[in-house]
Design a protein around this ligand. Structure first.
Ligand SMILES: *Cc1c(COP(=O)(O)O)cnc(C)c1O
Length: 301
């Protein structure tokens, strides 16, 4: 695809090379380099919602998210690049000053509608109702959760070279990306998710439900101790790690998802979680635009 979307940018970058000092090999798949706003896993999760919308002659996309949502930014720009209109149902009251994420969405032509925090969960749970409210618009559930989102995410494993890894790690919000990886993984690959929400009891079931829809019995692991207090929570240790990681490898991460993911993989390596000789791949799922919600100066990149 043209339009500034560059799948060929998605290189595999080595972080730790297996040698006499190091027992394992750790690489990162740089999906963050696809596009600044349709970044990482969002490109893949939206792919089939978009093609469904185009095939069925819809005039636009409608979806949900918060004021800093990577998903909302990606939906807005995806619609624009494909000549569709878009509606964003945003959680919370309309702010006096828009976040840079909402500014970007508005610039891409997204019609932003603010939904109260009481009403939002009810709307989000009922895609059929939303379809009735916005005829002509393809409804995309929050975070792209659904069979179309999973099937798009499964294509992440089609990048050349990805088949050789024993362990594939990804940050989890709704778990849609992880479901896609589990769906497409080869027998020898262990798919592991690092949830960024605090012990979400629903997450494992949500992933199993998606896999059941395609009659797939796939194994996966969730490691629930790297959420740093919950969604969008962080501390000085995490930011310090992210700065170090950037200074050492030139890989920027975001504090909501990929910073926690890389911290987790690094911590697991230090604590000898992996057998010697393991080949580990962390999926950099993008999300860098969200770092704009941090106070300036916190990150060195
Ligand atoms: C949205 C997002 C995720 C979460 O993906 P899910 O499929 O909802 O689990 C992970 N990383 C980044 C950077 C994201 O923007």
């Amino acid at each position: 695809m043209n339009n500034g979307i560059n799948l060929q940018n998605c290189t595999i970058q080595t972080v730790i090379q297996q040698n006499s000092d190091s027992q394992v090999n750790w690489d990162v798949l740089r999906l963050d380099l696809i596009h600044p706003l349709i970044s990482g896993n969002k490109y893949f999760k939206l792919k089939y919602y978009l093609s469904d919308a185009i095939k069925s002659g819809q005039k636009g996309l409608v979806s949900f998210g918060g004021a800093w949502s990577n998903h909302i930014a990606a939906v807005a720009v995806t619609a624009k690049l494909n000549g569709l209109s878009s509606i964003g149902l945003i959680r919370g009251e309309e702010p006096a000053v828009f976040s840079p994420t909402l500014e970007n969405a508005r610039e891409a032509g997204m019609d932003l509608k603010f939904i109260s925090r009481e009403e939002y969960p009810l709307m989000n749970r009922d895609p059929t109702k939303i379809a009735g409210l916005f005829p002509g618009y393809q409804v995309i559930p929050e975070g792209g959760y659904g069979e179309a989102g999973m099937k798009g995410a499964a294509e992440i494993l089609q990048f050349e070279g990805v088949q050789q890894y024993d362990y594939i790690f990804v940050a989890c919000g709704t778990g849609t990306t992880l479901a896609g990886l589990a769906y497409a993984a080869e027998e020898h690959q262990v798919i592991t998710g690092i949830p960024v929400l605090k012990n979400p009891a629903w997450e494992e079931k949500a992933i199993d439900d998606l896999l059941a829809r395609v009659k797939k019995h796939a194994g996966f692991t969730l490691i629930n101790r790297y959420h740093f207090g919950g969604y969008a929570r962080f501390n000085a240790e995490l930011l310090h790690f992210m700065n170090d990681f950037y200074n050492s490898y030139g890989i920027p991460t975001d504090f909501v998802y990929t910073g926690k993911l890389m911290f987790a993989v690094n911590d697991l390596i230090i604590n000898n979680y992996f057998p010697a000789g393991s080949r580990i791949l962390a999926i950099h799922s993008g999300g860098l635009q969200g770092n704009r919600s941090l106070k300036p100066g916190k990150l060195s990149f």
